[in-house]
Design a protein around this ligand. Structure first.
Ligand SMILES: *[C@@H]1O[C@H](CO)[C@@H](O)[C@H](O)[C@H]1NC(C)=O
Length: 294
């Protein structure tokens, strides 16, 4: 081996060792601060798993949750910050029982069914809004969260309390979701979602549509914008009371850094993606166990 080749070898070995060292430091020693703003019910399951794992890996994880909830509670590897809410456990239980009653029973006529569903939805929204306001108007808690200087906020944006809070704290947002009602997610991500190809909810269409099916898909798509106004109008109000500057909810939602999508193309129809969208459908799967031998 000549002298030059040997020199190259030594230099590249040193460089490689150096690289490896910084890489190791990056993976083992760096720890950050994560704020988790979860939603209740099934939305909590995935977020809790991530919060626990991030805490287990040495990051400081703080989860804020209402004092009264269905499923949310403390964990082994994260810090829990509870905030008081203006309703009692009894009211909460009654509300949940009513709402499941409405889901499982059907009224005599279509009109009655629509009226009762709308009423129920309104009640639910008012309830969600009072929970959101209990958090955003809790100045002591907000000040505490601001002092923590978080690196990121992990949240479920379906009810956009987390994104509103993160915007106010000026912390980047990581959203984790299955999808937003009224097809809002592709719109705020600026992700193409052509109605000729991406099937809309409740149409029973697939990604290959006949002309007639495309027309129906197109009409449903046109309903999305007004539907979003109804669903998210309330949050628009909460947000403008809290943020007190000229910014819309859509702008807040579209400023998210990363979108972790809880679906997978083995189960969902393929559709366009943006570079800041990551498919994490497998997170819903149970840990694999060997089959029992019969
Ligand atoms: C955060 O909210 C407070 C009011 O609670 C407001 O005064 C402040 O301007 C907000 N900051 C940002 C960055 O939106």
């Amino acid at each position: 081996m000549d002298y030059k080749a040997l020199l190259y070898l030594v230099v590249s070995l040193i460089c490689f060792a150096g690289l490896e060292q910084t890489y190791a430091a990056g993976t083992n020693n760096w720890t950050g601060k994560l704020l988790v703003v979860p939603l209740d019910g099934s939305h909590w399951t995935g977020l809790k798993a991530v919060a626990e794992e991030m805490g287990r890996r040495g990051h400081t994880v703080i989860v804020v949750m209402p004092e009264i909830s269905m499923r949310m509670g403390p964990g082994k590897h994260y810090i829990t910050k509870m905030f008081p809410v203006p309703y009692s456990r009894d009211f909460f239980n009654k509300m949940m029982a009513e709402s499941s009653h409405h889901v499982t029973t059907s009224e005599d006529s279509l009109l009655m069914s629509v009226v009762s569903k709308v009423n129920q939805m309104k009640k639910m929204f008012e309830f969600v809004a009072s929970t959101a306001e209990s958090l955003l108007k809790n100045q002591e808690l907000i000040d505490f969260l601001r002092e923590q200087k978080f690196d990121a906020v992990l949240t479920d944006p379906v009810l956009p309390i987390g994104p509103i809070l993160a915007y106010n704290l000026s912390v980047p947002v990581v959203n984790m979701l299955r999808g937003m009602p009224c097809g809002l997610d592709p719109r705020v991500i600026s992700c193409p979602s052509p109605p000729s190809y991406v099937p809309r909810f409740h149409t029973r269409n697939i990604d290959r549509m006949t002309f007639g099916q495309r027309v129906v898909n197109m009409l449903v798509t046109m309903l999305e914008v007004p539907l979003c106004k109804i669903v998210y109008g309330l949050f628009e109000e909460i947000q403008s009371n809290f943020i007190q500057r000229d910014v819309s909810l859509m702008e807040i939602l579209s400023s998210a850094a990363v979108w972790l999508m809880r679906y997978d193309f083995t189960l969902d129809f393929p559709k366009p993606m943006m570079p800041n969208m990551v498919l994490i459908g497998g997170i819903n799967c149970d840990i694999r166990n060997p089959l029992t031998k019969q």
